[in-house]
Design a protein around this ligand. Structure first.
Ligand code: F6R
Length: 254
């Protein structure tokens, strides 16, 4: 069963997420951290920036990248993660392996990426958001539940989601970790906030596990924490139960 953590608002959600990431860093300073982009984890990264020294030994991977975007191009997820987090914390640039959206051969880049995750012993903690259509990474509805890192075609709704408030992706294509790749991370931390995510959060947590809602695959992960604010939790049928479980978590075995 996933652990569902419901916080009052995005600020409290980000505070809690920050605590969870820093606890993972304290347990294993050389941990491999998978980073998501998008608006949801921004508050988390803002808070992690204050823990400057926590990432000196960490390894970093990213969940996905837009096709055609190099590490320095304005729209690249690589650049966004540098600006939102890496530029502000101590880290070894040699320990950063982000997908290259500008690779000549996207298939080869995806395969090399899988090998590199494998070569460091896998991802210890993967941070994730969820798309309005249920995508996880850029595994759009219909993606194979066992998929590996590969080029993918975005849905029109995702293009619209990413084009709100400014310039959207210049290509229909992306590179994304596959659902099978994500599921191999030792821990998953899924974040969602806001009323507009309420329906998809309900389907992800309480609906059937189906490729129609790729994020529902996280129900099968042995160590997943789903951290949401009240607005995103508002449609959960077992909302009170999830709160009850979390409130009583530490009493088990006492
Ligand atoms: C981003 C990613 C996407 C986002 C999702 C939610 O790297 O892979 O799955 O996590 O689209 O985006 P926001 O947080 O902007 O609502």
């Amino acid at each position: 069963m996933p652990e569902i953590i419901i916080k009052r608002d995005p600020e409290e959600m980000s505070d809690e997420a920050c605590g969870l990431v820093l606890a993972a860093a304290a347990r294993k300073p050389a941990f491999a951290l998978g980073l998501a982009t998008g608006s949801t984890p921004r508050g988390l990264y803002e808070r992690l920036r204050r823990a400057k020294g926590a990432f000196a030994k960490a390894r970093f991977f990213n969940l996905d990248e837009l096709h055609g975007e190099g590490p320095d191009s304005a729209l690249s997820f690589h650049r966004a993660l540098r600006e939102q987090l890496l530029d502000h914390v101590d880290h070894d640039p040699g320990n950063v392996r982000f997908l290259r959206g500008d690779a000549d051969d996207l298939e080869a880049e995806a395969e090399a990426y899988e090998r590199e995750i494998w070569s460091v012993g896998g991802i210890d903690l993967q941070i994730l958001g969820v798309g309005l259509n249920g995508h996880l990474g850029f595994n759009e509805p219909g993606s194979s539940l066992g998929s590996r890192t590969r080029p993918k075609t975005l849905e029109a709704t995702t293009l619209a989601q990413y084009s709100r408030g400014g310039q959207g992706p210049r290509s229909l294509f992306v590179l994304t970790m596959g659902l099978g790749t994500i599921m191999e991370a030792r821990r998953l931390l899924v974040l969602a906030s806001g009323e507009e995510k309420a329906e998809i959060v309900q389907r992800m947590v309480e609906g059937p596990v189906t490729a129609e809602v790729p994020a529902s695959i996280v129900q099968m992960h042995p160590r997943v924490q789903i951290l949401v604010d009240e607005a995103a939790a508002s449609r959960l049928k077992r909302r009170d139960y999830w709160k009850w479980v979390y409130a009583n978590k530490w009493r088990v075995g006492q």
